[in-house]
Ligand binder design. Structure first.
Ligand code: PXP
Length: 241
């Protein structure tokens, strides 16, 4: 199976907002990433609007020619915007205001009812696919299947942040088992968080059935030094090799 590379452009908006400027524009970044071969563009409209804004969302919807993935919490206001925008994919994530970035997967078991309602609302509004961002745990995958979601996005952050080889090995085993379990249950498997140029080959060799990866920070950090097109091309070469 070939894996699609979706590029998250939130950090372009973070840089713009740091100086309350209009540049760099995440819409330009999305176009450059697409021109370099990205299979899709991802953004997260956070409740506190710390990076991507509603203006960005509306323009990205018009500008993006590949796949558009809208990451969101179950906050009713953001769900409403997502329903209006009708992205190709909506990925539900947990959100805490004090976190620097998304820190873990959804607690699907505890929030099954609310998640089921939001998945139904998004589907009814015309969103083509809905994914739940979850930790690589089989019980959570089973619960995700019961919400009506089409896909799960496996949280790869623990693998990316593993302190040593033993911990990394355990994380990669968990991811591989979870991907098998989700695939067998008929769920499409996505993955993301902390994936980059150094750890991608290890991830790819061990984890089957991954249809899409969502990568932001590593590519944006590299783009600062070599430009967006080269940074995306290098990551695309890794993902497609
Ligand atoms: N997937 C999800 C659900 C995320 O919240 C993030 C971070 O915005 C990513 C993927 C991308 O993570 P990173 O920026 O570490 O590549």
């Amino acid at each position: 199976m070939t894996t699609d590379l979706l590029i998250n452009i939130d950090h372009v908006a973070t840089l713009r907002n740091a100086r309350k400027e209009t540049l760099p524009d995440p819409v330009d970044a999305a176009a450059a990433a697409e021109a370099a071969g990205a299979d899709g563009i991802v953004f997260h409209l956070r409740e506190d609007r710390r990076h991507i804004t509603e203006r960005d969302v509306r323009l990205l919807k018009q500008a993006v020619r590949t796949k558009l993935d809208f990451e969101l919490s179950t906050d009713p206001d953001v769900v409403r915007i997502c329903c209006e925008v009708q992205p190709d994919l909506a990925t539900l994530v947990p959100e805490r205001r004090e976190e620097v970035t998304t820190e873990g997967g959804l607690d699907v078991i505890a929030r099954q009812e609310r998640l089921r309602d939001v998945v139904a609302q998004l589907r009814q509004a015309g969103v083509k696919e809905v994914a739940l961002f979850i930790d690589p745990v089989c019980n959570e995958i089973d619960a995700a299947g019961k919400t009506g979601a089409d896909c799960i996005e496996l949280h790869t952050g623990d693998f990316a942040n593993a302190k040593n080889a033993k911990e990394r090995e355990r994380c990669i085993e968990d991811l591989a088992r979870a991907a098998e379990h989700a695939h067998a249950a008929g769920l499409v498997v996505h993955a993301g968080h902390g994936l980059g140029y150094r750890n991608y080959a290890t991830f790819r060799a061990a984890v089957p059935h991954v249809r899409e990866v969502s990568i932001g920070f590593a590519v944006m950090a590299r783009a600062m030094l070599v430009g967006m097109k080269q940074a995306v091309r290098e990551m695309r070469d890794l993902v497609k090799s």
